[in-house]
Design a binder for this molecule. Structure first.
Ligand code: HEC
Length: 129
């Protein structure tokens, strides 16, 4: 009698324990999804704002000289990083923005840049045929 009641208590304990574990997993997943969603939203907002501006190729050129020539070469013909001529035919604007701000392909760093300057850079890259 006492044996069966203790195993019932054990079973109860196990179900409670499982419930808690599932609850914790659920909360962790929820947090991950929220972080992903917020990030995604922020990225899209940045891309959208960048594409709203009609950048200046000259300002973009200056930005390129300051930030990118070390790796892509003074005429963007490539050095450590690849030649960027006709890059705009291979990658769409969204992908180029992600490339510059994402830091997804080391050693190329991620750049903190505002939408206006990003659109200037894009305009410059479009001017490279
Ligand atoms: C520290 C070196 C470095 C700097 C600085 C750098 N890049 Fe890069 N970049 C790279 C490398 C290396 C790659 C190739 C990454 C890969 O795909 O493996 C690359 C790739 C790219 C690509 C994609 C090329 C392709 O063929 O897919 C673009 C566009 C680009 N860089 C633009 C820029 C711009 C614009 C800047 C300045 C704001 C910049 N990069 C600064 C090293 C650099």
């Amino acid at each position: 009698m006492s044996k069966s009641s203790s195993s019932a208590a054990e079973r109860d304990f196990k179900t409670e324990f499982l419930k808690i574990i599932f609850f914790i997993i659920f909360v962790v997943l929820l947090i991950c999804f929220s972080i992903f969603f917020v990030n995604h939203h922020e990225n899209n907002k940045f891309i959208f704002e960048t594409l709203e501006h009609n950048g200046s190729a000259e300002k973009g050129d200056a930005l390129f000289k300051m930030n990118c020539v070390g790796c892509h070469g003074i005429t963007a013909r490539g050095l450590v990083g690849p030649d960027l001529h006709s890059i705009t035919q291979r990658l769409n604007d969204k992908d180029i923005i992600k490339q510059v701000t994402g830091g997804l392909t080391p050693p190329m760093p991620s750049f903190e840049i505002d939408p206006v300057n990003m659109s200037n850079l894009l305009k410059y890259l479009h001017s490279l045929e």
